[in-house]
Design a binder for this molecule. Sequence first.
Ligand code: URP
Ligand code: ZN
Ligand code: ZN
Length: 451
Amino acid sequence: MDMIIKNGTIVNASGTIKADVGIKDGKVVCISDSISDSECENIIDASGKLVLPGAIDAHTHLAMPFGGTVSSDDYFAGTRAAACGGTTTVFDFALQDFGEKMTDTVKRRDALCAPVAAVDYSFHVAVKDVENGLIDGIGECVEIGVPSFKVFMVYDFGVTDGVFFQVLQKAKEVGALIEVHAENNELVNMLTKKYLSEGKTSAWYHYMSRPEFVEGEADERAIQWAKASGAPLYIVHLANKQGVEAVTKAKDEGYEIYAETCPQYLEFTSEVYKREDGRNFVCSPPMKGKESQDAIWEAIRRGDIDTIATDHCPFQSTEKDWGKDDFTKIPNGCAGIENMYPYMLSAANEGRISFEKAVALCSANPAKIFGCKTKGAIAVGKDADIVIYDPTIDFTITNEKMHSDCDHTIWEGVKVHGYPVQTYCRGKLVYDNGEFVGEKGYGKFVKCSLK
Ligand code: URP
Ligand code: ZN
Ligand code: ZN
């Protein structure tokens, strides 16, 4: 064996046991009450610690051209920050260009990512164009190990309901999974125009132009198209109560509908947009009111939210400042890749959810939903993606201690109870007590399959 993690408490989504973990060639090869020290020289003592599967962040936008600029974490900075927050796999959105074959989109982004990724990674294709046979790219991407696709109902590259439905039908045919960013584009545009014309330009009007019903209606419509097409659907960054209720209903009716939410919706409400630095919190969908926040927490406990992901899409302060006097000029997105696992584990440490639930949401469920067979649990045969977590550490998030290239964080000052002390990606130590110790280019592409 190359390494033994001894005396720790292993937490998987399926349960918790006190056992040792043996690792060889980047894989878990043994889990036992006690593995003898004679098996290898590299012994990690995890007494008093939790031993957890690495998190999978199924929603990132690294080096993404968006909002008149490019998100400020490239594939190295983003995956470095991921490692330091206990995330060992990221799924990034590869945004198709108009006229581009989807397999070329994946190749184009992989050429940027592969040389620098510090942890493992995969892609979802964000679909813009299905004309002139490009829809066949969905089946072609499934073949190369990228079986998940996102459509946007908003932004200037959002798809029409017709294209969305066509994409769902193709997904059903070839065994792909469609994700959706659900907001009603026409209402967003109308409300935005109205507030600007009234001289209401602060960050608060970002929220006011995308209130609860703008997202809720689109969630319901998206679920309607999924039901009609017979294809499964994954709703990304769900942030409102009406949408939660629609997901619960569809699940109860037996439809394969998955829901993801993000830590920012669990921690912050729309009140943040009244703050002096409100523009830093501008993302879409925006944080909503307390009623929605409570509904999301409740849905997590009930099992109607399947995954937590970050929607990590940071922009520098100077870029956020473009919208000081006009909320429509603020690039949409916030940093969070390093905060997801510590935040959800802290919620477990404080008794809001169980540790098994935190692991299910952040690791086991995304692995299962996106067909990532070698990840999502500490089990013999799986990749040795492991986080050693000290539940006794108190940590106050501050940008100085983060490992992203972004110059600020919306998480500044938020306190978490418990923190990762080490992260291993396929058996290699990539984070050690506050420091990134991984390697540029170590991360490997993870081929996914929904079969
Ligand atoms: O504001 C956000 N969420 N920016 C990233 C793009 C998206 O909508 O997911
Ligand atoms: Zn989105
Ligand atoms: Zn996103």
